[in-house]
Design a binder for this molecule. Structure first.
Ligand code: WT7
Length: 646
């Protein structure tokens, strides 16, 4: 494989917080003495009571426990807002860009303070206290940020559910953490299309109950049903409260938020992040990876429904006193120049997006990019899935005009912040590689038996020690936390990703090695899609795998066995796709559905997914050992009827 290297530009090495020598020095120090390193850097946030204990971690089988700065007391909203008021009260904290290009809004730190306090008071008047769970199901409007920060201010635990999830998915998440309060909007607006958020909340509550209050923000002005005694319009409740609300003192290990994410088995897991370590890690990575300096305009295009939005739209940037841009819309509305026009309009310096968006825009050609200026850009970022070198080169050459380094940031919902990424002033770039670990991160590549592999090698990616931003547990199920992440390779955190390390010590993430697929940078458990499919009356069995997709990275390939006597029609195929959309949400829509009278099973009845994966990937000649199949002829039928990529 031909490998290109892009050296650190001389001006970057000079201007950045760290150059190569400093990176090496800091990295070595962070590994040699993590206690001392984090003792120093934990003080980047303000503490009401400073910590004396830095790290208290055990990865021991059966007793995994992760605690950072545990005797410190602080508050995340205080760090993201109040501590900046004296010096930055009039600085823009949030630039909001609406779905419609004529709509935008600037919010200063002072205004952010007032808005968040009002929101907190509205919640407090509805009985929300420290430790309560609040579900937030919102479009990308400033009130989503106000609501999250309001929870942090009160010490309530927010659970943001992406607005693209179905009522059923929302219901499961409300029920799992027993939220008594839900915050939503009348409707969302994306790409000119409306999303019936309030109606979805009503449907979810009808299913699971248990919700005492629904706070509804007016976004589109749609006429929505309001249940007396339960539902309240935010603007009406906010008019009755003051814009002062004290910050709840929080211990470092008090929970900050839950975020549900898909795994290889069962229901989505409630990933729990806590207060002190999370904020230290999110803010520190935001500063160093994006080389954020005062006055820079930072834009992360994620939705706040994902961890990227939590850490790099909201918490990391605001803790650093940054100006962060929040975008309601989509990359191709009203046209394919939208991202680049927004960059020019708000003079964005640092732009952080996902490979799937880059690939989609690349297909629209250079012209929509080239007709914009983008001279404000200084740094580009990528996140969510491996970026193929062609997309990397296009991003670099066409979007960045060959001027801007690209930070390919590898991390996970579980990690809270970026673990492997170049620092733009320190690390030469290789297209497609996330390059080197961040301070304090000890990646290890292991083989199937758990043997640690040295040097240039390939295997499964583990992290040998804890870092402050690490998840602490699966909400309500610590056993599942230990089983999922610490049992495959005892004593290490297992990421679920495959990885190669080259001779220069650069890391190349090769994708998931478990039954998780990454569709447009969104994580989907194959088991979830399967259980949605078998919930359909005409389906007897289903097996779902990923396959390479030009834009999405991976597409969803579903093999479906129908009930006896049911005709496999084109119409039914469409119906099943719609069914999954309705059950889980549009991001789970199968791209290809193959009717399979039989699935390849072992004699003990276990589906051999490896074979299904190979067929979906068009690798018919490479199916491996099929001798353990109960009926090897099943495979020929599957190959014969393989569905084609769209
Ligand atoms: C999975 C985590 C936190 C980022 C948003 C997605 C894949 C993420 C990269 C990257 C290659 C990547 C991994 C990881 N992934 N970033 N730069 N290069 N793969 O968070 O939904 O928790 O998914 O996304 O497979 O395990 P997530």
């Amino acid at each position: 494989m031909q490998e290109k290297v892009y050296e650190v530009p001389a001006d970057w090495a000079k201007r950045a917080y760290v150059d190569e020598a400093r990176y090496n020095e800091m990295y070595e120090a962070s590994i040699r003495d993590p206690e001392a390193f984090w003792d120093e850097h934990g003080r980047r946030i303000d503490w009401f009571t400073p910590y004396e204990k830095v790290k208290n971690v055990s990865y021991a089988p059966g007793e995994v426990s992760i605690r950072w700065f545990e005797d410190g007391v602080t508050n995340v909203a205080y760090n993201c807002i109040d501590r900046h008021l004296e010096t930055r009260g009039d600085q823009t904290a949030i630039i909001w860009e609406g779905d419609d290009p004529s709509e935008s809004r600037l919010i200063t730190y002072r205004e952010l303070h007032d808005e968040v306090c009002r929101f907190a008071n509205v919640l407090r008047n509805r009985g929300v206290e420290k430790g309560d769970r609040v579900t937030i199901y919102m479009p990308m409007i400033p009130e989503a940020a106000f609501a999250m920060l309001a929870c942090a201010r009160l010490g309530a635990i927010h659970s943001v559910v992406f607005g693209g999830f179905s009522p059923d998915s929302l219901a499961g998440r409300i029920e799992d953490c027993a939220s008594k309060v839900v915050i939503t909007a009348d409707e969302g607006l994306r790409g000119g299309r409306k999303v019936p958020l309030k109606a979805n909340v009503d449907a979810a509550i009808a299913k699971v109950g248990g919700v005492d209050h629904v706070v509804v923000v007016r976004r589109t002005g749609a006429d929505v049903a309001m249940e007396p005694g339960r539902d309240v319009w935010y603007h009406e409740a906010a008019a009755l409260v003051t814009s002062e609300c004290p910050c709840e003192p929080m211990e470092a290990e008090d929970p900050l938020f839950i975020l549900y994410t898909s795994g290889s088995t069962g229901k989505p897991k409630g990933v729990l992040h806590t207060t002190g370590g999370y904020l230290v890690y999110a803010s520190m990575t935001h500063q160093y990876v994006f080389d954020y300096h005062d006055g820079d305009i930072f834009w992360c295009t994620a939705d706040v429904g994902w961890v990227t939005g939590h850490s790099y739209i909201l918490y990391g940037p605001l803790a650093n006193g940054a100006t962060t841009l929040m975008f309601e819309g989509v990359p191709n509305y009203p046209d394919n120049s939208r991202f680049w026009r927004v960059i020019d309009k708000h003079q964005v310096n640092i732009f952080y997006t996902a490979p799937t968006a880059i690939r989609a825009l690349m297909q629209a050609g250079d012209e929509p990019v080239k007709k914009t200026s983008r001279t404000s850009l200084r740094l580009l970022g990528s996140v969510g899935e491996p970026i193929n070198p062609e997309a990397w080169e296009w991003y670099y050459r066409v979007v960045g005009d060959g001027r801007c380094p690209i930070v390919d940031t590898w991390w996970q919902t579980e990690t809270g912040g970026i673990l492997i990424s170049p620092l733009p002033g320190a690390i030469a770039l290789k297209p497609g590689s996330a390059t080197r670990p961040f301070f304090g991160i000890r990646p290890e590549i292991v083989d199937a038996e758990g043997k640690v592999l040295e040097g240039a090698t390939e295997g499964n990616l583990c992290i040998a020690d804890s870092w402050p931003g690490q998840m602490r547990t699966v909400y309500g199920d610590h056993q599942r936390f230990m089983d999922t992440y610490f049992s495959t390779y005892p004593g290490k955190y297992f990421t679920g990703d495959g990885c190669r390390r080259d001779a220069d010590g650069y890391y190349w993430i090769t994708g998931r090695v478990d039954d998780v697929i990454n569709v447009s940078g969104h994580r989907m458990g194959t088991a979830e899609v399967e259980s949605a499919l078998v919930a359909h009356a005409k389906v007897s069995e289903a097996a779902v795998v990923g396959y390479p997709h030009d834009i999405k990275g991976q597409g969803i390939y579903a093999y479906v066995t129908l009930m006896a006597g049911v005709e496999p029609t084109e119409e039914l195929r469409k119906e099943l796709v719609q069914w999954v959309r309705k059950e889980i949400g549009p991001i789970a829509s199968p791209d290809l559905v193959q009717f399979a009278p039989n699935l390849p099973k072992t004699r003990s009845g276990k589906i051999m997914r490896r074979i299904l994966r190979k067929i979906a990937e068009d690798e018919f000649s490479n199916l491996g050992d099929t001798s353990t199949l109960a009926d090897p002829s099943v495979v020929d039928d599957l190959i014969h009827n393989r569905q084609n990529k769209r």
